[in-house]
Design a protein around this ligand. Structure first.
Ligand code: ADP
Length: 475
């Protein structure tokens, strides 16, 4: 099957979070299974686009409102990524350094989606599946079906994956004229509560939608994301497929970003060597259990709970634990954490920013990885932690619930707690501390974690089954 993945992120071209990891890996595994999966991404002005060569495969000029843009579709020249990469280059609109947070984000992603459909249509391409990811490509299922422009390709089955249902990409009807002419009778399919809502529209119009874990599929029908009712109404079209991890990129035995590589046989010495390097860099003691956090410092991730957890743990166990935090996000959380860094120097350190290499080094060098998430569609961090022999301490929600079993049960390996409350998280940290003191048990758990298989092989197969079922209905 020929499958186009349409996304705002893709590792290693442009990654902000888990969406990038998934779109950089799933197509590779689909291709290994004998399919022809490509990725279509906006052309951003980033290291990857500056350092690689591209062929221009398509050129056009289109209007968005009262502005006209010249645009191109570029194709990456080699096949080193494991999939064909197409970049939609729109000078003056899309070729910027950051992926998100520009004031004209609506214009950027609306143009991106229309350009993709125009290219597919005008260049006489075919596709068996169009797979859209998150709201940045959420208008495609609607446009494909309800704009006369795309009549030639309107029967191509669409799949929409929700990596994060908190972001909808909503905008007002004053921008309706950005969209190509659509049949007025169907405008309601764009709507949610009086605005154009690309996430809601995708859920309404797509052939099937997926969430990145089975638990999250259910949670979307009850959680306060604003679309609970819609998810409940459309639930027959939903499917939960847990994310995998790219085991070629995330392998402690070969990971080029680690100071020392290790495998399951050498997990204890390997982790100690990485922990030593990490503790030296951040002025922490290698003899204490190292509790870490990696991620966006936002409420969704429970990051606002971190200062309370750290302060209380260090007050109650002043000489027994260390903390290391990597992330950026809400300014109040960053400020709080920076205060703790000063107050507990030598026991708590914080790196505000995004650093891919450091993230890998933390997965390898940490003893524990904290994830007190309020919402976690899948969560990849816990999967990387498991692969690197680091015990995840997670709030049981979404994908965390589906992937982490508490070590208190027979086959368990992680530490779980039920509510996103500092009290419960502190108790979970305390359990980690007790586990750390029981070296033999910890060593056993490390080996157990590293034998778990969260590679993409199984989940990619589930996507293939979905594509095949849709393709058989495609006339
Ligand atoms: P999100 O909701 O942010 O997408 P996921 O758990 O799905 O969360 O994926 C997070 C990905 O982003 C992981 O690969 C993680 O290692 C990476 N990541 C998050 N924050 C940082 C950071 N500050 N520096 C480096 N990597 C980060």
């Amino acid at each position: 099957m020929k499958i186009f993945h349409l996304s705002a992120e893709c590792y290693p071209i442009a990654k902000v979070g888990g969406l990038g990891d998934v779109v950089g890996a799933l197509p590779k595994y689909l291709n290994q299974a004998g399919h022809q999966a490509s990725v279509v991404l906006p052309f951003y002005d980033r290291k990857f686009t500056r350092e690689n060569e591209f062929d221009v495969v398509f050129e056009a000029s289109s209007r968005l409102g009262n502005r006209r843009y010249e645009w191109q579709v570029l194709k990456e020249k080699t096949d080193k990524l494991g999939f064909e990469l197409f970049l939609i280059k729109v000078p003056g609109l899309l070729d910027r350094e950051n992926v998100y947070s520009y004031p004209d984000e609506t214009e950027q992603f609306v143009f991106f989606q229309i350009a993709f459909l125009d290219w597919l249509n005008w260049s006489q391409q075919t596709a068996d599946i169009i797979h859209c990811h998150d709201h940045h490509s959420g208008l495609v299922p609607f446009l494909l079906q309800h704009s006369a422009l795309y009549r030639r390709i309107h029967t191509i089955p669409t799949v929409f994956t929700i990596h994060n249902g908190q972001y909808h990409g909503a905008f007002g009807y004053d921008k309706l004229h950005y969209l190509p002419e659509v049949d007025e009778r169907f405008i309601g399919l764009l709507d949610w509560r009086g605005g154009i809502n690309p996430l809601a529209s995708a859920v309404k119009c797509v052939w099937n939608y997926t969430t990145v874990s089975p638990s999250y599929l259910h949670e979307l029908t009850i959680q306060s994301n604003g679309l609970e009712y819609l998810f409940w109404l459309e639930r027959a079209k939903g499917l939960g497929i847990i994310n995998g991890i790219d085991t070629q990129v995330w392998d402690p035995a070969t990971d080029p970003m680690l100071p020392v590589n290790y495998n399951i046989k050498k997990v204890d010495t390997g982790k100690l060597a990485n922990k030593t390097a990490l503790c030296e860099r951040f002025g922490l003691s290698v003899d204490k259990p190292l509790f870490t956090f990696i991620g966006r410092l936002v409420g969704e991730k429970g990051a606002d709970l971190l200062p309370g957890i750290i302060r209380r743990t260090l007050d109650e166990h002043p000489d027994e634990v260390s903390f290391l935090i990597l992330g950026s996000g809400e300014p109040e959380v960053e400020t709080d954490l920076n205060h703790l860094k000063d107050q507990f120097a030598g026991r708590c350190n914080v790196f505000i920013g995004y650093d891919e290499g450091l993230a890998h080094q933390i997965y390898a060098g940490a003893d524990f990885l904290l994830m007190p998430s309020r919402v976690e569609p899948c969560g990849l961090n816990q999967l990387y932690a498991l692969r690197y022999g680091t015990v995840p301490i997670v709030r049981s929600t979404g994908g965390l619930k589906d992937t982490v079993i508490d070590f208190g049960t027979e086959e368990g390996y992680g530490i779980t707690f039920n509510n996103a409350l500092a009290d419960e998280a502190c108790h979970a940290v305390w359990r980690g501390l007790q586990l750390y003191k029981n070296t033999e048990h910890l060593q056993l758990l490390r080996k157990r974690m590293m034998t778990l298989d969260f590679s993409w092989d199984k989940s990619a197969q589930e996507y293939i089954s979905l594509y095949e079922s849709l393709n058989s209905k495609h006339i």
